[in-house]
Design a protein around this ligand. Structure first.
Ligand code: TYD
Length: 139
């Protein structure tokens, strides 16, 4: 998909498998099975103060799967025209984001963990951090 043309409607909610193990649950995410891209990087946000928001940015090529591995937060996705909010609060629900979308994270519950599977290694050059630049990119 051309990242200049992606829209919020290209985001999908992915129900991840949950194994009910004794004393807790297990969710496994396999490349190209539950996650629709080859995962090159996994990172997670933690120790975010309750109620905190993380600044927004866009990505030119990066695809992501975002999961509230613990606690809850809002994932706000914008495509230059339409905004959509996903309230994530379950460890076995992910949101797939194709490239070319702007995202913000808001309303973190204290102790929450935002787990991100990413299709590329970290590259500052893939970020669009300026909102106006993002709007131009999507024109
Ligand atoms: P960033 O993605 O800008 O987070 P946010 O928009 O939520 O504040 O990441 C913050 C910093 O963390 C960034 O400037 C560099 C570093 N970082 C890495 O070194 N590797 C990574 O994989 C990520 C996601 C961030």
């Amino acid at each position: 998909m051309n990242s200049k043309e992606s829209t919020v409607y290209d985001c999908t909610i992915i129900q991840l498998p949950q194994v009910n193990a004794e004393g807790g649950n297990i969710t496994a995410i396999n490349n190209l099975t539950e996650v629709p891209f080859e995962t090159k990087r996994v990172y997670y946000l933690y120790d975010v103060p309750g109620g905190e928001a993380r600044g927004g940015h866009g990505h030119k090529e990066l695809q992501q799967l975002i999961v509230a591995a613990s606690g809850s937060f809002d994932l706000i996705i914008f495509d230059g025209k339409i905004k959509k909010t996903f309230s994530l609060n379950r460890s076995n629900i992910g949101v797939y984001m194709p490239a070319g979308l702007w995202r913000e994270l808001d309303n973190f519950s204290s102790g929450s963990i935002c787990l991100v599977l990413a299709s590329l290694e970290y590259s500052e050059g893939d970020y669009i951090r300026d909102y106006r630049e993002y709007l131009n990119y999507k024109k």
